[in-house]
Design a protein around this ligand. Structure first.
Ligand SMILES: NC(=O)c1ccc[n+]([C@@H]2O[C@H](COP(=O)([O-])OP(=O)(O)OC[C@H]3O[C@@H](n4cnc5c(N)ncnc54)[C@H](O)[C@@H]3O)[C@@H](O)[C@H]2O)c1
Length: 319
């Protein structure tokens, strides 16, 4: 039985990955500290079913303490999927040092652990934000001009580079997956789709930063999980950086309209200045993911939104 160590396995993407891995018969160890960036009760809820599975182990610890992890993690894991991060662009401007600590030092700690435990496969959650204000769309991994514009984005660039060092020196296969705005059931409440949907349902105005012309490549969670799972089994080369997006960009106002349709409610808009650190567009070229991982995103935006809203209205909105 293969054994996966998943950091951040109580979060949005992590809990979906654990669903898949347990379903595939993996043994799964999760490290998560139930960070209060958003209500930890949501994360407890995400893992409720996992706790009943004999192949699942939860370790409540911070990736910032290498010693804690050394004490609590001693197995020979087949693969590490490192999803822990302080996420979010705007809050990283308020707390750049905290982001550095968790996202860079934490990643280095996991890589040290991989080295010490002899783990040979390491998947890293990177982000579309590393491209920053790169004008060459759609963004392709071979375009090495990264122009990050937030502390969060720069921590993800650092993680990718640290991975190259450990891959080169210690033969750890390192795959950085650049996720493009992930959405679906359990989406983080700070992300626009989730935040807007709740405000619309409460009849409150939604903040539109800038003139509404920004665009995002939204990627449905099941497509992301298929990409991550595929990367876990990738063996051909020792270091890769791969976009996982949807290869379609949706305008902010199109997103709002689609939400209105799916929710059956009209949104009230409040226009506010563009936020520093936010990029105006994201757009993924996914040809590399297709050729290396057989990745084929298959959930169109409207369908994905319906699944998200079905999940949301089933939940307690006081989250
Ligand atoms: N959701 C997206 O759209 C998106 C896009 C690009 C990249 N990413 C990256 O994907 C990963 C997962 O994102 P998510 O949306 O699921 O976020 P999330 O916040 O839901 O999950 C992250 C998990 O990490 C845990 N965590 C935070 N700090 C920790 C620490 N010091 N020690 C141990 N655990 C800690 C949190 O408690 C949480 O459960 C992150 O690395 C994020 O940067 C996400």
């Amino acid at each position: 039985m293969e054994h996966a160590l998943v950091t951040g396995g109580a979060g949005f993407i992590g809990s979906h990955l654990v669903d898949r891995l347990l379903g595939e018969g993996f043994r799964v160890t999760v490290v998560d500290n139930f960070d209060p960036f958003y209500n930890p009760a949501i994360k407890r809820n995400n893992i409720k079913l996992h706790l009943n599975n004999d192949n699942y182990q939860l370790i409540e610890a911070s990736v910032c303490s290498l010693n804690d992890m050394r004490t609590q993690l001693s197995n020979k894991y087949d693969v590490i999927v490192h999803l822990v991060a302080k996420a979010g662009v705007r809050p990283s401007i308020q707390d750049p040092v905290g982001y550095q600590e968790v996202n860079v030092q934490g990643t280095q700690n996991l890589l040290e652990l991989a080295k010490e435990l002899g783990v040979k496969q390491f998947i890293f959650a990177s982000s579309s934000s590393v491209y920053g204000i790169n004008p060459n769309e759609p963004w392709h991994e071979d375009n090495h001009v990264l122009l990050p514009i937030s502390p969060y984005a720069s921590t993800k660039v650092s993680g990718e580079l640290l991975g190259h060092v450990y891959s080169h020196l210690y033969g750890i296969r390192f795959i950085a997956l650049r996720f493009f705005t992930v959405y679906g059931p359990r989406q983080r409440p700070d992300l626009a789709i989730h935040k807007f949907a709740r405000l619309i349902l409460k009849g409150e105005p939604i903040p539109i930063y800038g003139d509404g012309s920004s665009r995002r490549d939204y990627t449905y969670i099941d497509d992301i999980i298929r990409g991550v799972y595929s990367a876990m089994g990738y063996r051909s080369t020792h270091y890769e950086v791969i976009n996982l997006g949807n290869n379609q960009t949706v305008g902010l106002m199109e997103m709002v309209q689609a939400l209105e349709e799916v929710l059956g409610e009209k949104a009230r808009l409040e226009f506010l200045p563009m936020q520093p650190g936010d990029v105006s567009r994201t757009y993924a070229d996914v040809s590399k993911a297709k050729s290396l991982l057989g990745y084929e995103p298959s959930t169109d935006f409207k369908t994905g939104l319906k699944y998200f809203v079905e999940w949301l209205i089933d939940k307690d909105l006081c989250y």
